[in-house]
Design a protein around this ligand. Sequence first.
Ligand code: HEM
Length: 517
Amino acid sequence: MAAAKELKKFTREEVALHNTEESLWVIIDARVFDVTRFRRLHPGGASVFMDEGIPGQDATEAFFGLHRFEVLEKPQYARLQIGVLQDEEPQIRGGIVPGQISKVPYAEPTWLAEGYKSPYYKESHHRLQQAVRKFVDEVIYPDAQEHEADGKPPSQSVIDQMAALNLHAMRMGPGKHLKGLTLMGGIITPEEFDYFHELLVSQEIARCGARGYGDGLLSGCVIGLPPVLNFGSPELKARIVPEILSGKKFICLAVSEAYAGSDVFGLQTTATKTEDGKHWIITGTKKWITNGTFTVGCKTEDGFTVILVERGEGVSTKAIKTSYSSSAGTAYVTFDHVQVPVENTLGEEGGGIFVMLSNFNHERWVMCCINVRAQRLVVEECMKWVNQRKAFGKPLHSLAVVRSKLALMISRVESQQSWLENITYQMCNMSYKEQASKLAGQIAFLKSHMTRSAQHTAADAVQIFGGRGITQSGMGKFIEHYHRTVTFDALLGGAEDVLADLGVRQATSRMPSDVRM
Ligand code: HEM
């Protein structure tokens, strides 16, 4: 927006004189705009500027009932501002102020909201959160908005800047891969880094509200690299890991197929050994694969084996159009007699299910971190909308039916974040093995509960926003996007119903044999 100090000052009386089609000014939040020529170009039509109470008048309330704050920040509209009101200051804050914590109730998890306390987050978490938020607001958010819309992948410059701060490495969680790295310019040490740091990094990125872009931003690495880190040979890791964490190469996990998804034993991609036993020959297809090197689940003689396949001869990919942005790079992958050295085997031959299962908890937990933060963004959007939008002469929040929807949305998001933090605390205090046995059910339940809740929240938000909730631009743009893409989380990393069932099956299998009512 134009800097207020360079602008002329006008009284309300002076502005009021410009109330005709020949000279038309309006006041928006103490800023004076000359819309005489713009009127004919206005996306909302020319006539609205001549409606009662608009020409030469203060149109602040009418404006914010129809436009996002960002409209005023766009250069082509900001230049319409010719001055400010004498002795008055703009009062409205909107858009993105890099690094800022939202003051909207429930827009932030309690550990970030003013005046609240948390047993889980220490000073190092706050330090990291502040730095990551500023980076996300300044670097990732604008790129996310642009490419979610144009469908292009995240800019390499953003991936490189994230790599320079070791953000890709931090998204893999605590562990040996962080050793010796300078994290976020050195504001936190690898030794300090725990799952709460990882949680906050994932959640800060999720605030962008760009689902396809978010997946394109190396989420394939979050799920595809752990099998290499945990089961790859030292040589393989030395060759692959640095290239990936520096953002030079992309990796993804390729399990689901046209034939099988949750049913990993139903996979049809095969890996057979060459006669000399030195190579795998991989043939088959994979579907809905995010990003590019592949960590592939294959059927082998011994059952199911996970193998790292590098892009090369016999590997081809083509884009799949889904209901979210092609920025995610969702692909159909074909392996046609691809020759891969046996040294690329991850874990034991035939032990693929163990490799996958050990990955699933972390992967699903990351999805939970992202999911609940995306839900919170919807709460924030709804809170703002019900406050600034008027219906029947009153703000929307004066309607009981709207308040009851908000009550459910807020309750869902708060309870899920609390459950997530409890699980994260257990993760910080359990060995990886303990996590696998004790937390698989908890995480499966949380994810399944969250994805179902998210769908309720999406539907409620659309009701609150009305037609704007299904419109890709303007006031409801985040709601439309959320509603269109919300079901993704209910499918990735284990379908909602399968996960809920997994949790119950695990619980019943652990019932003590001597317990009776
Ligand atoms: C400097 C002043 C203004 C600028 C730069 C401006 C700009 C815009 C833009 C960019 C849109 C497209 C909306 C979007 O996709 O976000 C829009 C829509 C609209 N504007 Fe304005 N506008 C201004 C003032 C006003 C005023 C004073 C009114 C009247 C009360 C008004 C009424 C509307 C309406 C009714 C729409 C359509 C909204 C919808 O489809 O939901 N605008 N305006």
